[in-house]
Design a protein around this ligand. Sequence first.
Ligand SMILES: O=C(O)[C@H]1NCC[C@@H]1O
Length: 402
Amino acid sequence: MGHHQQALITGPQGPARDIWMLTPSDITSSSEMELQLPPHEGIELSVVDMHTGGEPLRIIVAGYPEVMGDCVLSKRRYAREHLDHLRRVLMHEPRGHYDMYGALIVDSEMPEADLGVLFMHNEGYSTMCGHAVIALGRFAVDYKLVKEPRSPETQVNIHCPCGLVKAFVEYSAGKTGAVRFLSVPAFAFATGGRSSCFYTNCGQVVLYPAGLINDFTPDETVTVEGFGEVTVDISYGGAFYAFVDAQRFGLDVRSKTRDLVDAATAVTKAVKSQVKLHHPVSDDLAFLYGTILTDGRDEFSPEPTANICVFAEAQVDRSPTGSGVTARVALQHHKGLIQLNQTRTFQSGATGSQFTGKAVEETRCGDFRAVVVEVAGRAFYTGVSRFVQEPEDQLAHGFLLK
Ligand SMILES: O=C(O)[C@H]1NCC[C@@H]1O
């Protein structure tokens, strides 16, 4: 990202005024200024903070070392193995918090990509993040990562670890607005009570989608600690999610967050240990990212349907979850509950924020029947920060309170 740094730090409004000595009138004045810290040692990391539907996105714009690797997926591996201390500095306390989310812009090996990105959260690095793509679309236009913005929409090709995601950013009179994106091929992996096949291998159930190998109809159930046998749907929208109706746990998507987290985390643990996932493109994509509890309203309706996503290390998404909406639309389409180009509104159980989603094209992903899903939402700026780690600070490396 070296060549981007100069342009990024000045921001869309142009350079800020540097000040060193504060006066009381500075505090009550509305003039633009850039505060400086007293002389200090240690690394500095600069970020732009945004949120999409309440879910934070901390975009790293300066201070990171080069991320090595010949493709975005191998850069993700490199960051996990060599740069994880920086993720903890920016995501964990005292600079972040348990539910912080981040994006690191990297170069992409794809000629058509405007930028590559690595996603980070409380536990590691995800492969797809829809709320981040919505924020990054705006950011890329505002900070001139794309050369010629166009009205009414500017296309931004974002190379995520799961593949190329095309974002379309509303742009008019120099201002960016709502963003929609086209997902990577998304597919239902296992659907409760529907055609699939499985075999047992070393204690793990291996599930395949309808028609891929044959048409057994097993009970796609997992044994969830504290809840017994639970039927789950599993679907991929750039990352794999398990889906269960919150009612199965005597909850609804607006129940106490702690109860939802406990139920979803128990499902994630069960699926991870009992179901082996498979992705045709790369083994790096074949892991369960989280569990989404829904209101069960999967049949098409113009009314919103709500869900809440618990991902990574029991982290709670404040937004309706872009990659989760993608996976859920793929599941609904696979079950014949939604047709191509029928738009549904998805609402976050946590904040009430909304995305829309629709399947726009049928396609394949390896031997999986898949769809491309369009998801739309809005992101907003919340601030900029320059973080430091003073060498004497015992807690400089970050910590988490659960
Ligand atoms: O919108 C999304 O897809 C993401 N939000 C946090 C968890 C997911 O990565």
